[in-house]
Design a protein around this ligand. Structure first.
Ligand SMILES: *[C@@H]1O[C@H](CO)[C@@H](O)[C@H](O)[C@H]1NC(C)=O
Ligand SMILES: *[C@@H]1O[C@H](CO)[C@@H](O)[C@H](O)[C@H]1NC(C)=O
Length: 380
């Protein structure tokens, strides 16, 4: 009798071990396995949502558990970056903002985290040697935990971000053939190519009311110049990167999105204001918009009506903007007056299916993908 039981227990434990090993192998090689089912593409972007790595503040709260937590988290995120980069061989590895967990970290802690992040994202090895990324490049978006919301904007935080992670607003053309025209406006020769895409990164933290106007004007000058460029070359698909998602009605991706102002400046926001969102959608005409910020991830499709019938209504004034040009020529002051009172048909008729339900051949769509956070349980 006992012998039979022993044998059963032994075979059960064998099964258990086999299942565990299989599960482990599966999760460890998850990126590789997924890549097998992924069709090859011409330009591949690997997107990493808000890693938000913690540091000294956590160690003060939980000296022992915190240390272990940070260590495990660093290894976990390192595995995420390394395995997906090696499996998908992207042209670009993009971290979607909120690289660290606080915009207020001290100088010494900031450099410690940069060092950890470089290792996590597989840019240096454990001995501080630079890892040759082959033909892939990293780029970053600035999030609220990197440079703060509009109300918190400080030159010091912005400068240390740009010194370490590059410009806040930038664009370049990328050709599926492999040529990259970095950070510059057209060069007619390139624009002729059929495989061309425009990649744009915007400082979403300073598009709405910002205490330091300088940074807001920088972002808007960039947006306006880009809008002019877009109207000249509308056929080049635009891939737009923003840390903060575009405005959407309640319940589409967030139950009740909010914008909190302090002193008239943004102290918190789930989405960009309706006016900024309308401007970016109609005047930049993105084909696809990627963002981070919300941690859960979401998919939304904005259907934009044709040029001749852009139904944007300016709040209480009741003024209906019937052309894209009317909207795109509004000044920043005018946009501010209507900031939250703008009604944009493209923002209210949204679907979350990845395709639009708008019939009528002349409507075009912008797909917006909010990237889920790379954090283990989305909150560290
Ligand atoms: C790598 O660089 C960091 C920061 O510059 C330093 O703290 C660390 O000790 C270095 N590690 C090695 C193995 O040299
Ligand atoms: C389709 O569009 C209408 C507005 O025209 C909107 O009310 C509806 O929710 C959309 N349906 C889906 C499934 O997205």
């Amino acid at each position: 009798m006992t012998k039979v039981w022993l044998r059963r227990i032994r075979s059960l434990s064998v099964v258990y071990t086999v299942v565990l090993v299989a599960a482990n192998l599966y999760f460890y090689n998850y990126a590789k396995i997924l890549s097998v089912f992924h069709p090859p593409s011409d330009i591949r972007f690997n997107l990493y949502g808000d890693p938000q790595i913690e540091g000294d503040a956590k160690l003060q709260r939980q000296p022992r558990v915190g240390r272990l937590d940070l260590l495990i988290n660093d290894y976990y995120l390192h595995h995420v970056y390394k395995s997906t980069i090696s499996a998908f061989r992207p042209r670009y590895a993009v971290t979607m903002g909120d690289i660290f967990s606080s915009q207020w970290v001290s100088r010494a802690e900031y450099y410690k985290r940069i060092h950890r992040f470089k290792w996590i994202s597989n840019q240096i090895d454990a001995r501080n040697n630079t890892i040759d990324g082959g033909d892939h490049r990293h780029f970053y978006l600035a999030g609220n935990h990197d440079i703060g919301y509009g109300e918190e904007t400080r030159a010091y935080h912005i400068n240390r971000y740009t010194n370490n992670f590059g410009p806040l607003n930038r664009e370049w053309l990328v050709d599926i053939g492999g040529t990259v025209t970095d950070d510059q406006h057209d060069n007619e020769h390139n624009v002729a190519s059929a495989g061309l895409h425009r990649v744009v990164v915007l400082n979403a933290m300073n598009l709405d009311a910002t205490r330091m106007e300088k940074y807001r004007h920088e972002a808007w000058d960039f947006v306006r110049s880009l809008a002019g460029e877009r109207s000249k070359h509308p056929d080049i698909p635009l891939i737009l990167f923003l840390h903060i998602p575009l405005n959407k009605p309640d319940g589409v991706c967030e139950p009740q999105p909010t914008i909190i102002l302090d002193d008239g400046f943004v102290a918190y926001q789930d989405y960009l204001s309706p006016a900024t969102s309308a401007y970016l959608l109609h005047c930049l005409k993105p084909t696809i918009v990627f963002n981070g910020h919300d941690h859960n991830g979401c998919l939304a499709t904005h259907a934009v009506w044709p040029e001749t019938n852009t139904p944007v209504i300016l709040g209480a004034s009741g003024r209906v903007l019937t052309s894209t040009e009317d909207l795109c020529s509004l000044t920043l002051d005018e946009l501010d007056v209507y900031s939250s009172k703008i009604e944009d048909f493209a923002q209210s008729t949204i679907s979350t299916t990845g395709s639009s339900n708008m019939t009528g051949a002349s409507a075009w769509t912008a797909i917006e993908i909010t990237v889920r956070s790379a954090m283990g349980a989305y909150n560290g």
